[in-house]
Design a protein around this ligand. Sequence first.
Ligand code: IPE
Ligand code: IPE
Ligand code: MG
Length: 244
Amino acid sequence: MVDVAVTAAEQALPLHVAVIMDGNGRWARARGLPRTLGHREGARAVRRTIEAAGDLGITHLTLFGFSSENWSRPPEEVSEIMSLIRFYLRREIAEMKRNNIRFRVIGDRATLSNDLLSLIDHAERETEGNAGLFLTLAISYGGRAEITEAARSLARDAAAGRVDPDQIDESAVRGRMFTGDLPDPDLLIRTSGEQRISNFLLWQCAYAEFFFTDVLWPDFDGTALADALGEFARRDRRYGRAVG
Ligand code: IPE
Ligand code: IPE
Ligand code: MG
């Protein structure tokens, strides 16, 4: 049942790193700036982190950009974040192609604007043949919504006679996740000092190591990432086994 996990157990380097990029608002507030400028600076940290991840040998990087709960923020902030994501995608697609990055978005696409959706489709199509860093950006993403949708789609198939309910196992559920074809995150990093998961990758992080840092997301860089990897290398991943 833990076959994937056990093969990764002895690895000192996390292959899949997930990041809850938090603290943009506090970064701005500390400088007397509007929150939106914190998000802009956060976008620069995204670029740095992607570069550093590739250099450090990480194969999968999954970034939490906007949660399903973030829609409850003031409309001006939501619209600024969406504009930033559009701007970022337009600007970075050439760079992703150059760097052999494979790009994917996870989340509830039905809530995204048409222009953002077409940029996402374009970026995914243009990079789908790439074999370098697999970059996943979570937008309008919620872990509970993802699990709920997996249950709904299995129930639909069971009701239609396409799936035998008694045959539904963990790998069948995994296969209905946005990340069904990716390894589970080995390491989950959260910046800004908060120590919670905020509805990110609930299913996938069952055995992830958690690393919390006080660094605010706009200040995150390759050194901060290397610190997290250093700590990861010292962890003892047991997957329920006895201390050996
Ligand atoms: C993370 O920074 C970015 C998003 C959630 C979109 P925040 O905007 O949450 O920053 P803080 O937590 O208010 O400092
Ligand atoms: C989580 O950060 C979502 C992202 C980083 C995109 P939040 O700032 O929304 O999380 P809470 O509200 O502090 O839990
Ligand atoms: Mg926050």
